[in-house]
Design a protein around this ligand. Structure first.
Ligand code: F6P
Length: 404
């Protein structure tokens, strides 16, 4: 990362980390500020960051090198992507990093964040006042000190230029993106991801369809209609929609292409967007069976899935990792959308989407709880999202027999 303080570097870095880990690329964030706080202590006044303060410069270089060493160690342990989160504001510092990486066979891509004054002000107030650097300090004093810190960095700041190799420049979070010498699959994916990024907060609601006929008998997959209880859920969802979702402004409603999500959305009125990518995990030869039937007919498949539910692929069907790859365009669109969105989909797909939005470990995704007849409301916060669950009912009888 490259950029003056309060340019949203950590926000972007965390988003990238979450996205790449979710896609299955082992990614880790090395935040040099945390190394400084741990090894030198927080509560440093702005003088510490003055480029004329020799002791400060020496100490800051030491912690930056410590983080760099740990980062190279992470690659040695099988890490695929590391995000080196610091201001990296001079050409000299960046070339030190690049030389070290290139010596050890690691490719470098600089992501520079440049922001207008209003965004800087909002960032300072939203994130820096809660920073461990300003615990117990009067907010106005903290803002003054942080602004002085920014000035110290600005005095020596050199924007990334074309001679420095691959870079992505983010200007005013999403207003403009400039790229230079981007090649390869991952870097191109990152460009698409970053082009869609913005920081306009809006809620996202996730719900499964109302109970479908197959759910009543414990069968998986299929394309059945809503049950009577499922239809009642759709009515409850309509009430919730009118009272809580509509007031948030013009809302996007997305469904899968399967009947049970259409029937759930129909009563809401208005337009819906149908995504094939939101269809339930394809269970292949097990589609339409109960878990008990799968266990007796295909005991080896049952055991294989129990061993590793994330990568297990149903014969002629999909794995959770397949679902994640399939759902990725939906995630990009969710990131791009500035309107609130209600997603009406299915258990496995919503596990994948929720896992991304809440930054859950990949291995947890197939086991996340996404019950029927419940709406999950996710509201973005500075780093991550807050969650509220609304059980709208009707409540369903507990399902008997072996579960997944
Ligand atoms: O049972 C409902 C359902 O949506 C099935 O169609 C799907 O196969 C299943 O949930 C996914 O959950 P799990 O991965 O836990 O079997």
């Amino acid at each position: 990362m490259v950029g003056l303080p309060a340019r949203g570097k950590t926000y972007v870095a965390r988003k990238i980390m979450r996205y790449l880990n979710w896609l299955g690329h082992r990614t880790h964030l090395f935040n040099v500020g945390n190394y400084r706080r741990e090894h030198i202590g927080s509560l440093q006044s702005h003088d510490f960051f003055d480029p004329h303060n020799e002791a400060g410069v020496r100490q800051r270089t030491e912690v930056a090198l410590m983080a760099l060493d740990d980062m190279m160690g992470w690659f040695g342990e099988g890490g695929e992507v590391a995000i080196y989160d610091a201001t990296n504001s001079t050409r000299a510092r960046r070339s030190l990093i690049r030389d070290r990486c290139e010596r050890e066979g690691v490719r470098v891509l600089f992501i520079e964040s440049l922001c207008d004054e209003a965004t800087v002000e909002a960032n300072v107030r939203a994130t820096k006042l809660d920073s461990p650097d300003y615990v117990g300090i009067d907010p106005d004093e903290a803002v003054r000190d942080f602004r002085a810190r920014i000035e110290h960095y600005a005095a020596v700041y050199e924007p990334v230029d074309e001679s420095e190799g691959s870079y992505i420049k983010l200007i005013d979070v999403g207003r403009q993106v400039n790229v230079n010498r981007i090649t390869g699959y991952l870097s191109s994916r990152l460009v698409s991801f970053l082009v869609n990024l913005h920081n306009v907060p809006r809620p996202i609601w996730l719900t499964r369809h109302g109970q479908a006929e197959y759910n009543t008998v414990g069968r998986i997959g299929g394309n059945t209609h809503l049950s009577e209880l499922g239809t009642r859920y759709a009515q409850n969802l309509k009430r919730f929609f009118d009272e809580r979702i509509m007031p948030a402004g013009p809302v996007e409603v997305w469904t899968s292409t399967l009947v049970r999500t259409h029937e759930t959305a129909a009563i809401l009125g208005g337009q819906t967007l149908q995504w094939r990518a939101l269809n339930e995990i394809e269970a292949g030869i097990c589609d339409g069976l109960t878990y008990a039937e799968i266990k007796t007919r295909y005991p080896d498949e049952w055991k294989a899935r129990a061993r590793d539910k994330l990568t297990y692929r149903y014969p002629q069907g999909e794995s959770y990792m397949d679902v994640i790859q399939r759902v990725e365009p939906v995630i990009l669109e969710l990131e791009r959308q500035r309107r609130p969105v209600l997603v009406i989909s299915h258990q496995a797909v919503l596990r994948a989407i929720y896992g991304y939005l809440m930054g859950r470990e990949l291995e947890q995704i197939p086991h996340l709880s996404i019950p029927l007849h419940t709406v999950l409301e996710l509201t973005p916060k500075a780093y991550g999202s807050a969650e509220q669950r609304f059980s709208l009912g009707p409540t369903l009888p507990a399902h008997s027999g072996p579960s997944s």
